[in-house]
Design a protein around this ligand. Sequence first.
Ligand SMILES: O=C(O)C(=O)[C@@H](O)CO
Ligand SMILES: [Mg+2]
Length: 263
Amino acid sequence: MPRLAANLDFLFTDRPLEARFDAAAACGFSGIEMLFADRLPAPTLRAALDAAGLEAALINIAVDDWAAGGRGCAALPGHEDRFRRALIESVERAVAVGARRLHVLAGIPETGADLAYARASYKRNLHEAAETAAAAGIVATIEAINPRDMPGYFLADPDEAAAIVREINHPSLKLQFDLYHTQITRGDLTRRLDAQLPLIGHVQIAGVPDRAEPDQGEIAPAHLLDRLDTLGYDGWVGLEYRPRGRTEDGLGWAAPWGIRGPG
Ligand SMILES: O=C(O)C(=O)[C@@H](O)CO
Ligand SMILES: [Mg+2]
């Protein structure tokens, strides 16, 4: 049965980061994911997780220029040294906090960039990410992000993400299947899960089109989570949405998976 993880950069954001761990645990979560895990020193993050009885399901690779529009650099030729530094630092952080998945962001190529050249460079960097992750006993993931949310992002097409994971064919490189982005760009979620399950290392969910709780709109959470269960997926499903109101008040849809508002 899939386990639900609270994304602490989307949920419980009405309180300081330090307070979100206990809030997630109080709602029945046993795992969390974070986009910006480097905001806390690794020992502090580890202590917060341990104190709340939580596991880090996934963290993102460090992105040093996020505020300036940076979205990673794995697919940006010429940035290999920067990529390697972020990779090594982030794998070390993942190990220190017990995270088994590291999302490796591709980046936004400059207008007019040679995309075939970028793809070849991306594949080399991902192979290195997979090798580095494997040596640390973790798994690197890649995720297609829809162009409405992240214009210009190199990896927009979920089928291209699946093709790249297949081509690299490394046990420590997996697909991060975000149901929200995939519904927007491609749809046909059930059949895609069926076909891509062996490639999948992490799943995320949000409602479409609003990126709020998935119980409204085009996503059918019960159907999709049951399907994942039937397919034998026992990994994490990250709740990566912007709650319509208080996070706790919007968790009713997740009750069948052990999540509850604290009352
Ligand atoms: O935006 C998403 O979806 C993610 O999963 C992030 O990690 C990337 O910004
Ligand atoms: Mg996502």
